[in-house]
Design a protein. Structure first.
Length: 244
């Protein structure tokens, strides 16, 4: 079957990944869009229950892969890309912070041939911005690295390229498959978010559309830390001012 859309899921110790994948199979992605799901377990110590794994392997157009050791989100995305067959690809985190119902809006500009790259932004909708502030105030101690770091990275990238972007670290990044597979991706960790953005902006533009976001706390499994923020900051300047 000719596949229109590949949904790439890098996950690591995500207890919600089965519920997420079930939800992906209920979404209307658009007229005549066929999809596949490629889920990469990045060396989880929290293994899938046998019944859950059997259920996932029974789903049509789902590929379940595993890294024996944890290698990072970027490495899992690269593994998924190698197995993808869709004309458009989108990254979906293994938790439920992002609503799969928003995928249709993120991929629409690419299928409409308005762009090769579209990001789902958590900062374009007034309603979502209000929700972001409520979450930030409620969990300030835990959310500061992710919230503040993401905003700083986005601002710096916008200034370096003289482009207006609002959300570089967003999970929902959709690409024309040929375009993303042409990029020489090196990073294996969260800093791939920055590498993808910089290497894209050197060649083309990025469209952003508003999406919903339901933030998690550390207790709920959020993994990104201030160390990831510094690595991402380094990657921003490294790739902006290098030919790599």
């Amino acid at each position: 079957m000719d596949v229109s859309l590949s949904i790439l899921i890098p996950f690591y110790n995500e207890p919600t990944v089965v519920d997420l994948i079930k939800k992906l199979y209920t979404v209307d992605y658009g007229a005549n869009i066929t999809f596949e799901v490629i889920a990469v377990d990045d060396g989880s110590s929290l293994l899938l229950a046998p019944d859950d794994e059997e259920y996932l392997r029974s789903l049509p157009n789902l590929t379940l892969l595993r890294h024996e050791k944890n290698r990072g989100k970027g490495a899992a995305i690269k593994t998924a890309l190698q197995h993808s067959k869709g004309k458009v690809v989108i990254v979906q985190d293994g938790d439920l912070e992002y609503d799969p119902a928003d995928i249709a809006a993120v991929i629409a500009p690419i299928f409409g041939r308005n762009t090769k790259v579209c990001y789902g932004s958590r900062h374009l909708s007034k309603e979502q911005r209000r929700n972001n502030i409520i979450w930030f105030k409620k969990h300030m101690g835990q959310s500061l690295p992710a919230f503040f770091g993401g905003r700083v990275l986005t601002l710096l990238c916008s200034l370096l390229f003289l482009k207006r972007l609002t959300d570089i670290p967003t999970c929902y990044k959709a690409f024309d498959a040929q375009f993303i597979k042409s990029l020489p991706l090196r990073e294996n960790g969260f800093e791939m978010e920055v590498e993808l953005t910089v290497k894209t902006l050197k060649q083309t533009h990025i469209v952003e559309v508003p999406i919903h976001y339901y933030a998690r706390t550390r207790a709920e499994g959020k993994k990104i830390t201030w160390k990831d923020g510094f690595r991402s900051l380094f990657a921003l300047f490294r790739y902006r001012f290098s030919a790599a």
